[in-house]
Design a protein around this ligand. Structure first.
Ligand SMILES: Cc1cc2nc3c(=O)[nH]c(=O)nc-3n(C[C@H](O)[C@H](O)[C@H](O)COP(=O)(O)OP(=O)(O)OC[C@H]3O[C@@H](n4cnc5c(N)ncnc54)[C@H](O)[C@@H]3O)c2cc1C
Length: 378
């Protein structure tokens, strides 16, 4: 594929937006097609970019950590195209627990990870309950913390818009429509939407949890399934939440503060609910109970809104996303299965796919253990 190629990217969540920016900024012609599905994972994402405090392991952790380390470079590249604010801030990430012994155990691995990541992860600092309350005032008085100073958070919507804006500056075209068919023909592809047929040299399917269905129509089985995530946005008036760190108990839930008093708490991980994007009573109760169990100081916060997103979960045993060329279908590429880490990993892997598609050196891809031709089976 040459930089003069025309590529259709299906989906403009973080995966599609990152691929589109990667391609367009290298001179390729890009058409991004998105049907504005309700439940887009990117629009719901909590925005934590702190892989070093996560519970992930193995190859998935390596990809997650590489994604986190890519952020400074990503911001630099976006700034070249006039995009200077994507709601990203390194406010630190704190693991919290009532048992300092458990935190000391966690600290061994976190220190190793932070040292391997270098400057981007920053320092690892133990916080006693009073230090912790200075950093995050609503926290339970009995909690201690372990702070990783380089932990960050990003506004998924702003980042995605920023990538698409930069892609458009480089000549990409955005189409609001639904892709209903993909047809290969003599080395090229025809993308059929509800209102047009678009001829391209290559197609990147970055349709989140819908990617499996799109590929199934072409006879490819991809192990990606939808997982519902519900979270809640609170408002704490008068608090300088812009500098508060993200908070991570030793479990799956978390708290992500943003500017102007906005605090995100979440999230559920619901398998078997398909594409049902309703916030449920049980889901909302779980999110509130989890958050208040570690941060009772949020009890009087105002409920602003609920967001629900459908995570595209990779069912591979490694948990790694599907990123690369689809075997047996020349010119067909896949960027999906980012699960609970797409806002962190998506920009790096999307950029790697763009490089691989254009035949440019893509050292990040080798580092992530991906190849231009991964298997699409589990
Ligand atoms: C509640 C929640 C919290 C999260 N928190 C974090 C976090 O803190 N940190 C982190 O790193 N990650 C987080 N994630 C994960 C991250 O949000 C996802 O991994 C990522 O957004 C997936 O991006 P995507 O582009 O693959 O899919 P999506 O964002 O879902 O985008 C897919 C797009 O494809 C479009 N589409 C689908 N089918 C078609 C079609 N036929 N034609 C045209 N368009 C189509 C849809 O409209 C949609 O816009 C969270 C996710 C959720 C749900």
């Amino acid at each position: 594929m040459s930089p003069t190629s025309r590529v259709a990217v299906i989906g403009s969540g973080i995966a599609g937006a990152a691929v589109a920016f990667g391609l367009a900024s290298r001179g390729a012609g890009v058409t991004v097609i998105d049907d504005s599905m309700s439940g887009q994972a990117t629009a719901a994402g909590a925005g934590i970019v702190a892989p070093w405090v996560s519970t992930s392991t193995g190859a998935y952790y390596e990809a997650y950590a590489a994604g986190g380390s890519f952020y400074p470079e990503l911001l630099r590249r976006l700034a070249e195209f006039g995009v200077t604010d994507v709601g990203y801030r390194r406010t630190g990430a704190i693991i919290v627990d009532r048992d300092p012994g458990k935190l000391a155990e966690a600290a061994v691995l976190v220190r190793e990870r932070a040292a391997a990541a270098g400057r981007v992860a920053g320092d690892v600092v133990e916080l006693d309950p009073s230090d912790l309350r200075l950093a995050f005032p609503p926290i339970d008085r009995e909690m201690s913390g372990l702070l990783v100073t380089g932990g960050g958070r990003v506004d998924g919507r702003m980042l995605c818009d920023g990538l698409l804006t930069a892609a458009v500056v480089c000549g990409a075209e955005l189409v609001r429509d639904s892709v209903v068919g993909l047809t290969p023909s003599q080395g090229t592809w025809t993308v059929t939407t509800t209102s047009a047929r678009i001829g391209v040299d290559a197609v990147v399917v970055a349709a989140g949890a819908c990617s499996a269905e799109i590929l199934a129509r072409l006879g490819h089985t991809v192990a990606i399934s939808p997982q519902r995530g519900q979270l809640i946005h609170l408002s704490l008036r008068g608090a300088n939440t812009a500098v508060w760190p993200t908070v991570h108990p030793l479990g799956h839930h978390y708290i992500t503060p943003f500017d102007s008093g906005r605090i995100v708490i979440g999230a559920t991980r619901e398998d078997g609910t398909g594409f049902d994007v309703r916030p449920t009573a049980a889901g909302q109760k779980q999110v509130l109970d989890d958050a208040l169990s570690i941060a009772p100081g949020l009890a009087d916060a105002t409920l602003l809104e609920t967001r629900v997103g459908i995570r595209p979960m990779s069912l591979r045993s490694s948990g790694l996303p599907f990123a690369g060329q689809v075997p047996g279908s020349p010119g067909l590429w896949l960027a999906s299965g980012f699960g609970a880490g797409g806002l962190t990993m998506g920009p790096l892997i999307g950029d790697g796919i763009a490089c691989a598609l254009l035949g440019e050196p893509a050292p990040e891809i080798a580092a992530l253990g991906l190849s231009p031709s991964p298997s699409t089976s589990a």
